[in-house]
Design a protein around this ligand. Structure first.
Ligand SMILES: Nc1ncnc2c1ncn2[C@@H]1O[C@H](COP(=O)(O)OP(=O)(O)O)[C@@H](O)[C@H]1O
Ligand SMILES: [Mg+2]
Length: 342
């Protein structure tokens, strides 16, 4: 622990909780100097430990401002923010930021030092031994699917955009912070790389269980990644804050509806596993195409549409355990929007 702060007890408590802590914003307002209207007005929210909350809203609605108040890159005009019960405004800002991972769209790797040195920055600041830092860098590069033997000693410009973004995530995770703030981290990558990064990120989060706030303007990304989504309007006004399934099933107002866009039913199907639907008896006459029970109902519908068959067989660990038809898919949509929570 650093000795530069008066509040090491609080920070120790943060550092000791790598698996996630709660974040509470209480009536937080930010007014930039010289602006008539607030950028963020009276924002209150509680994020549970280990939860992945998506902020989704149009450009300029205040997402970045809200996020940057949590690691005190921006100071709130009024209101309070607590992490793990501690008022962050009473902490040393630099020290606080060493315990909050931060990933941004522009990545922001230091161009003149190697990938390994980029990842090592915060652990070094925290005074880790050389050996511990080296071990951690190695581990993190593997975690984000970059071979340390190939990438550790390269410079950022020698990596693709997607690879650099992975390094950005590794760097944010370096000191195993309990909180991660991610501001449109995959926004600058092409759609295919983006989908890959999202899938990797979901696997990673399943292992590490950090408390994460993730900003995006892409509602599809919010649905795919979030435990809960906060749909934000002007001045970061919370229009709805709920699970993807419930927002899709019952949008709070026209604003949220406009964000969901077309195809809400199909988007919901993507969130429901086949095993949640009514599975019928196996059908000997069904086409050779089968669907695993862990796949989504959207994939099941895909199989039904593509084969043109009335039902396709459902498998578990490769063996056929039943079958599913169009009616079962529709019934799963109608049956309880809260059946599939976070
Ligand atoms: N440093 C600043 N000074 C004055 N106004 C700002 C500053 N940063 C952001 N704003 C304004 O605050 C509002 C919210 O911005 P921001 O939080 O960046 O939105 P988002 O991340 O949702 O695009 C915008 O109207 C923006 O122009
Ligand atoms: Mg922004």
């Amino acid at each position: 622990m650093s000795d530069t702060t008066t509040n090491t007890g609080v920070l120790s408590s943060l550092a000791a909780q790598p698996g996630g802590v709660d974040i509470v914003l209480d009536h937080v307002t930010k007014r930039y100097p010289g602006q008539d209207t607030a950028a963020v007005e009276d924002f209150s929210m509680r994020v549970e430990p280990g939860e992945l909350v998506m902020f989704v809203g149009p450009s300029g609605c205040g997402k970045t401002t809200t996020m940057k108040m949590i690691n005190r890159i921006i100071e709130p005009t009024s209101g309070s923010i607590r992490i793990n019960g501690d008022d962050i405004l009473s902490l040393d800002g630099n020290e606080l930021r060493r315990h909050i991972g931060y990933v941004i769209q522009q990545i922001g790797l230091f161009p003149h030092v190697t990938i390994a040195e980029n990842i090592a920055i915060v652990p070094r600041l925290l005074g880790w031994s050389k050996a511990r830092v080296a071990e951690r860098v190695d581990e993190l590069l593997r975690t984000v699917q970059l071979d340390p033997g190939v990438f550790a000693n390269r410079f950022p410009r020698q990596l693709s955009g997607g690879q650099q973004q992975r390094v950005g995530v590794a760097r944010a995770l370096a000191a195993d912070p309990p909180v991660m703030l991610m501001d449109e981290p995959f926004g600058a990558t092409d759609p295919i790389t983006r989908e890959k990064l999202q899938a990797e990120f979901l696997r990673l989060q399943a292992d590490i269980g950090k408390t994460i706030i993730f900003v995006t303007h892409d509602f599809e990304e919010a649905i795919r990644l979030g435990d809960r989504i906060a749909v934000l309007g002007e001045r970061s006004r919370i229009e709805q804050f709920d699970t993807p399934a419930r927002i899709l099933a019952a949008p709070a107002n026209d604003y949220v509806r406009s964000f969901i866009g077309e195809g809400a039913a199909l988007k919901r199907l993507a969130l429901i596993p086949v095993s949640d639907a009514r599975i019928g008896a196996a059908d000997a006459g069904a086409p050779p195409t089968t669907i695993d029970e862990a796949a989504s109902l959207r994939e099941a519908l895909d199989a039904l549409v593509l084969t043109g068959a009335p039902r396709v067989n459902v498998t578990r660990a490769g063996s056929i355990v039943g079958s599913i038809d169009h009616a079962a898919v529709s019934a799963a949509l109608a049956g309880g929007s809260d059946a599939q929570g976070a």
